[in-house]
Design a protein around this ligand. Sequence first.
Ligand code: IPM
Ligand code: MN
Length: 361
Amino acid sequence: MKTFSVAVLPGDGIGPEVIAQAVRVLEAVGERFAIRFEFAELPVGAAGVAAANDPLPPATRDVVIQSDAVLLGAVGDPRLDTAPRALRPETGLLALRKLLGVFANLRPVAVHPALSNCSPLKADRLQGVDLLVVRELTGGLYYGEPRGRKEMRAINTLTYTAPEIQRVARVAFEAARGRRGLVTSVDKANVLEVSQLWRETVTQLAGDYPDVRLEHCYVDTAAMRLVTDPASLDVVLTENMFGDILSDEAAVLAGSLGLLPSASLGSGPGLFEPVHGSAPPLAGRGVANPIGAIATAAMLLRQGLNLPDAADAVDDAIAAALYAGARTQDLARPGEVSIGTTEMGTRIVDLVLAEALEGLS
Ligand code: IPM
Ligand code: MN
């Protein structure tokens, strides 16, 4: 039997609740496709601080680098908002991304037909929306030195090298080949030298991909286009900070931040986490939408373990559950009944297994 080791880092807030459902779905997939998953559960973020006074404890580091893929819930805890940087949950996530060398963060956004009334945007704007944000993840302002604060003066540094730009741009061009063949590179080249290097480097690289169309877009314009004409976008390539902001904006198109998955890829094990955060107000109430985490498990199967059939089975089960009317509170319209986190997980697990029965007959 094929066996894969998956490091599971539930993290903080709603992380543990939604990741529990993603793991149930992976177990169902294992049953259906005769795959064995060896799960190792480890703390990260505030959970790491609680367990080992470290948002990325050494034991977690050791296991993730040996695993085939890493499934992460969310990090963040308002109680640590004023903690020193070394003890902040987000510091653990940034260190984890760096440790795994996952420089390309893929955030697909599509509008499920059954949910076109969930977005605040008018339904006609949402027709045909299917885009992929490719966000650079291990450089830029998040990591630049010098950084720090001295009383009433603070500094962060934005820096990128051409090789850092090239490797993430390649991921975007390759992805565009399997999609509609358009890369929109987002920068602020009218103001920033880093963006000028970004634009120059991406333009040069485009020569290797004559079958892909490249356009450039300033980040302010891109922010506007995401809500005025989102269907005109295919692959959106951008640096770390712009990508953080634009991917949350893009999530609005899908109807809820709770739906969106992401994959962070480098040369080692991939890191898979839903786009939503720890959502403190929802934590512990059993109401959070687990679909982002479950769709993230599908990306783990597809991009992390190269199991496209298993990934399709999960994506199909999510779509079928939504068509059948399953709605967590973030998706329920006035008058619609909503179900909790575990119930949504159960519906999707049942559909993964039901498809298996269909296949047998
Ligand atoms: C994200 C999150 C993180 C980021 C935070 C939690 C550090 O917002 O994954 O988008 O800014 O990258
Ligand atoms: Mn973010």
